[in-house]
Ligand binder design. Structure first.
Ligand SMILES: Cc1cc2nc3c(=O)[nH]c(=O)nc-3n(C[C@H](O)[C@H](O)[C@H](O)COP(=O)(O)OP(=O)(O)OC[C@H]3O[C@@H](n4cnc5c(N)ncnc54)[C@H](O)[C@@H]3O)c2cc1C
Ligand SMILES: *[C@@H]1O[C@H](CO)[C@@H](O)[C@H](O)[C@H]1NC(C)=O
Ligand SMILES: *[C@@H]1O[C@H](CO)[C@@H](O)[C@H](O)[C@H]1NC(C)=O
Ligand SMILES: *[C@@H]1O[C@H](CO)[C@@H](O)[C@H](O)[C@H]1NC(C)=O
Ligand SMILES: *[C@@H]1O[C@H](CO)[C@@H](O)[C@H](O)[C@H]1NC(C)=O
Ligand SMILES: *[C@@H]1O[C@H](CO)[C@@H](O)[C@H](O)[C@H]1NC(C)=O
Ligand SMILES: *[C@@H]1O[C@H](CO)[C@@H](O)[C@H](O)[C@H]1NC(C)=O
Ligand SMILES: *[C@@H]1O[C@H](CO)[C@@H](O)[C@H](O)[C@H]1NC(C)=O
Ligand SMILES: *[C@@H]1O[C@H](CO)[C@@H](O)[C@H](O)[C@H]1NC(C)=O
Ligand SMILES: *[C@@H]1O[C@H](CO)[C@@H](O)[C@H](O)[C@H]1NC(C)=O
Length: 587
C-alpha cells in the first residue's frame, strides 16, 4: 500500500461520514469552515506515478499546463520555456481570438488568469501559473475525457472543461486544476431527414464539442442550411454556448440555440457515457438545454435542427464623436434607437450594438427574409425619429441572398485580451414598453458608473419568443418575452490590487446591476453573460426552472465533480484564498 493511500484510508475511517476517499484540507475564511479540493501542496495530491498512469490511460495526451505567454520567459518554475520565434508569434497574436482559442489552456480575458505570464520582452521576468490550472488533457477521444473526469473525481481535484477559453466570466480556467481541453472535437455531419426521437422529421446536424461559431455556419452553408449560433465567430457552439442557452442573429425567428437541440452525447460526473434526448435520460436532456455550462455532464456532441438558407438584409448605424460631442444629443439618439426594441423583434429582427460614452455602434440590424427595401421600411420609424430630432448619424444598408454571406460581410471579428468585470440584464417587452426611458438612462449611466470608472456595453435586441413554438427546457422563461439583452462591463487594466478588483465587482453588482434591475423589474439575467455576484442568482438566471435543475444536478453530480460559479447546486462551494482554492462549506 502506498504511503499516501494508507494515510487516506486511516483518515477516511476516522471521518467515516465523508464519502470521498481523497480528503482535502480544512480551511477557515471569514468565520466559515471549508473542506477543499486536493491541491499540489496537499498530501492528497496525486503522486507522480499516478499522473504517469493517467498519462498512459490517455495515450500521452496529458501535459503540464503552460500559460501561452511562457514562451517569452526563460522558465516556468523549473521548466525551460523560452522560444524567441514562438514569443514573437504570441506577442503579435495576443488579441487574435482564433489564436487564443487554439492554445491548450489560454483564456481570452486575462483578468481571470490573474494577468499572469503575459507576453514580455524580458525573459528574466517571472512567469507563474496565476489562475491557470496544473495539468491539461488535450483530449482527442471520448475515452480521454472520461479518464480525466474519473481521475478528478477519485482524486478530488478541481476539474475544468476548456473548449475555447472564450468565457466572459473566467469559467474555463481554475487555479491548481486538472483541465480537459475539448477543442479538437471537430467532427460534424448533416442529414436531410432526422429519424431519431423527438417531434422532428426535418434536417439536422451532429456537431462535435469543439466546433466554433463561424466554422459551424460555414459547414451548414455548404449544405444550404443555417443553424442557430452566436454572433461571435470563435465562440464554441456545443460547449458553454448551448449549455447556457445561446442567443444569436437568427434567434428571433428560430429560437435560442438550445431550443433546437434534438440530442446530446455526453459523459457524466460518474464517468458514464450517455445519450440524452426525449427518449433517454430526458431529465438530463432538459437540463443541458440552458441549465448552465460544466454543471450536468461533459458534452461530446450535439444533434440539432438545421433550417434552409434564407435571404438576409443588414443595416449599420453609427453615432459617435465624429457626429456630435453633445452628450444630450447622443443620449437622445440612443434612446430613440433602443426604445424601438419591441418593434425590431416584432419584425423578426436581431440587433447587435456597442455602447460607450459618445459611441453607439450598431452593426448590424439583422433582417431575416428581408431585402434592402424591406429592412429600410421596417427601420423607417427609427430614421424618422432621428431626423425629426436632428440627431446626426451615418448608416449603410446591404442585402444578401444567404445568411452566411450576410454574416461574413456584416458581423465583425472581436479581439481578445481585454480586462473587465461583467454584468448584464435581459429586458422584457414589458420593461421596454413601460420603462423604456429608464432602461436607457441606466445603460447611459453604465458608460461611466463612477467618476473613476469607464463602462462598455454590448447589446443584443433579441426575441426568442417571436413566432417560435414553446420549447420546454431549462432556459429562464423570461427569455420568451425578451426584447433587449445587454452585457455591461466595467473596464479594468488587470493590474489592480485585490481590493480594487473587489471594489469594481461590487460597483458592477451594486451600482450598475442595481440600476439595471430597477429599470427592468420584469427582466432576468443570462448565465453566460452575467454577474458572478448576481444577487439571488438562482431566481435571476433560471426563474421557476431552478428547483428542478437543482434536483437534476444532485442526481447526476452529487459529489460536485463539476464547478462553475452561479450554476445549479454550487451554493455550498466557494473559491477562497484570493481566488485560488475551491472548497465546500462544512459548517
Ligand atoms: C466575444 C464573445 C461573444 C459572444 N457572443 C455570444 C452570443 O452571440 N450569444 C451567446 O449566447 N453567447 C455569446 N457569448 C457567450 C458564450 O456563450 C459563453 O462565453 C460560452 O460560455 C462560451 O463557451 P465556450 O465553450 O466557447 O467557452 P469556454 O470558455 O471554453 O467554456 C465556457 C464554459 O463552458 C464549459 N464547457 C465548455 N465546453 C463544455 C462541454 N463540452 N461540456 C460541458 N461544459 C463545457 C466550460 O467549463 C466553461 O464553464 C459570447 C462570448 C464572447 C467572449
Ligand atoms: C505524457 O506522455 C507524453 C508522451 O509520452 C509525454 O510527451 C508527456 O510529456 C507526458 N506528460 C506528462 C505530464 O508527463
Ligand atoms: C520541477 O518542479 C516540480 C514541481 O515543483 C517537481 O515535482 C519536479 O520534481 C521538479 N523537477 C525537477 C527536474 O527539478
Ligand atoms: C538575465 O539573467 C541573466 C542571468 O542571471 C543575466 O546574465 C542577464 O544579464 C539578465 N538579463 C537581463 C536583460 O536582465
Ligand atoms: C495574483 O496577482 C496578484 C497581484 O499581482 C498577486 O499578489 C497574487 O499572488 C496572484 N495570485 C496568484 C495565484 O498568482
Ligand atoms: C414530417 O412531419 C409532418 C408533421 O408531422 C408531416 O406533415 C410531414 O409529412 C412529414 N414529412 C416527412 C418528409 O416525413
Ligand atoms: C468632438 O471632439 C473631438 C475631439 O476634440 C473632435 O475631433 C471632433 O471633431 C468633435 N466632433 C464634432 C462633431 O465636433
Ligand atoms: C464613428 O463613426 C464613423 C462612421 O460614421 C466611423 O468611421 C468611426 O470609426 C466611428 N468612430 C468611433 C470612435 O467608433
Ligand atoms: C420611450 O418609451 C417610453 C415608454 O413607452 C415613452 O414614454 C417615451 O416617450 C419613449 N421615448 C422616446 C424618445 O421615444
Ligand atoms: C410573458 O408575457 C405574457 C404576456 O404579457 C405573460 O402572460 C407571461 O406571463 C409572461 N411570461 C413570463 C415568464 O413572465
Amino acid at each position: 500500500m502506498a504511503p499516501t493511500s494508507f494515510f487516506v484510508s486511516l483518515f477516511a475511517v476516522a471521518n467515516c461520514v465523508l464519502a470521498a476517499p481523497w480528503i482535502g484540507e480544512i480551511k477557515e475564511e471569514n468565520g466559515v469552515t471549508y473542506q477543499c479540493k486536493c491541491y499540489e501542496d496537499n498530501s492528497c495530491w496525486p503522486t507522480g506515478a499516478e499522473w504517469a498512469t493517467l498519462n498512459t490511460t490517455v495515450s500521452g495526451a496529458l501535459q503540464v499546463a503552460v500559460p501561452p505567454g511562457a514562451v517569452c520567459y526563460n522558465r516556468l518554475g523549473n521548466i525551460s520555456t523560452f522560444d524567441a520565434g514562438k514569443c514573437a508569434e504570441v506577442q503579435s497574436k495576443w488579441t487574435d481570438e482564433q489564436f487564443q482559442t487554439d492554445q491548450t489552456i489560454a483564456n481570452l480575458w486575462p483578468f481571470y488568469t490573474n494577468n499572469t505570464c503575459l507576453p514580455t520582452n524580458s525573459p528574466n521576468a517571472t512567469c507563474t501559473r496565476g489562475f491557470y490550472g496544473q495539468y491539461v488533457i488535450v483530449a482527442t477521444t471520448k475515452e480521454h475525457i472520461k479518464a480525466g473526469i474519473d481521475f478528478a473525481r477519485t482524486h478530488n481535484l478541481r476539474l475544468i472543461i476548456r473548449n475555447t477559453g472564450h468565457d466572459f466570466m473566467g469559467r474555463s480556467t481554475g487555479w491548481g486544476s486538472l483541465i480537459i481541453n475539448t477543442h479538437s472535437f471537430k467532427e460534424t455531419s448533416f442529414v436531410e431527414k432526422y429519424t431519431g426521437p423527438g417531434n422532428w422529421n426535418g434536417s439536422a446536424a451532429t456537431v462535435g464539442a469543439g466546433v466554433q461559431g463561424r466554422e459551424l455556419f460555414r459547414k451548414a452553408f455548404a449544405q444550404k442550411k443555417v443553424i442557430v449560433g452566436g454572433e461571435c465567430p470563435t465562440v464554441g457552439w456545443a460547449g458553454g454556448y448551448i449549455q447556457g442557452g445561446g442567443h444569436g442573429p437568427l434567434t428571433t425567428i428560430h429560437g435560442m440555440g438550445a431550443d433546437n437541440v434534438l440530442s446530446f452525447d455526453a459523459i457524466t460526473a460518474k464517468g458514464e457515457y450517455v445519450t440524452a434526448n426525449v427518449a433517454e435520460n430526458s431529465d438530463l436532456f432538459w437540463a443541458l438545454k440552458g441549465g448552465g455550462p460544466s454543471t450536468f455532464a461533459v458534452v461530446t456532441s450535439i444533434t440539432v435542427k438545421t433550417f434552409p438558407e434564407l435571404p438576409v438584409a443588414g443595416t449599420i448605424i453609427n453615432i459617435n464623436s465624429t457626429h456630435t460631442n453633445d452628450t444630450k444629443v447622443f443620449a437622445e439618439g440612443f434612446r430613440i434607437f433602443h426604445n424601438l426594441s419591441n418593434h425590431y423583434v416584432d419584425n423578426g429582427m436581431f440587433v447587435y450594438f456597442e455602447l460607450q460614452t459618445l459611441r453607439l455602434h450598431i452593426q448590424p440590424f439583422v433582417g431575416p427574409n428581408m431585402d434592402a427595401k424591406k429592412i429600410k421600411k421596417v427601420l423607417k420609424p427609427l430614421f424618422d425619429q432621428l431626423d425629426a430630432k436632428k440627431i446626426p448619424y451615418d448608416t449603410v444598408t446591404k442585402e444578401f441572398s444567404t445568411f452566411f454571406e450576410f454574416y461574413i460581410d456584416m458581423f465583425e471579428d472581436e479581439t481578445a485580451g481585454n480586462n473587465a468585470v461583467v454584468g448584464g440584464r435581459l429586458f422584457t417587452k414589458k420593461d421596454i414598453a413601460e420603462n423604456g426611458d429608464a432602461v436607457v438612462d441606466a445603460l447611459i449611466m453604465a458608460n461611466a458608473p463612477t467618476s473613476d470608472t469607464l463602462g462598455f456595453s454590448v447589446g443584443h435586441i433579441v426575441g426568442p419568443g417571436h413566432g417560435v413554438p414553446v420549447v420546454d427546457n431549462a432556459i429562464h422563461p423570461k427569455w420568451r418575452n425578451a426584447s433587449s439583452f445587454v452585457i455591461t462591463n466595467i473596464l479594468m487594466n488587470g493590474d489592480e490590487s485585490w481590493e480594487v478588483k473587489q471594489l469594481r465587482a461590487d460597483q458592477q453588482t451594486n451600482i450598475v446591476g442595481a440600476a439595471l434591475r430597477k429599470a427592468g423589474p420584469d427582466g432576468a439575467t443570462y448565465v453566460n453573460e452575467g454577474d458572478l455576484y448576481e444577487p439571488n442568482w438562482q431566481e435571476s438566471y433560471w426563474g421557476s426552472n431552478y428547483p428542478k435543475l437543482l434536483e437534476i444536478r444532485k442526481k447526476y453530480d452529487p459529489e460536485g465533480v463539476f464547478y462553475t460559479q452561479t450554476t445549479p447546486g454550487t451554493e455550498d462551494w466557494s473559491v477562497i484564498d484570493f481566488g485560488t482554492k475551491l472548497c465546500k462549506k462544512v459548517s
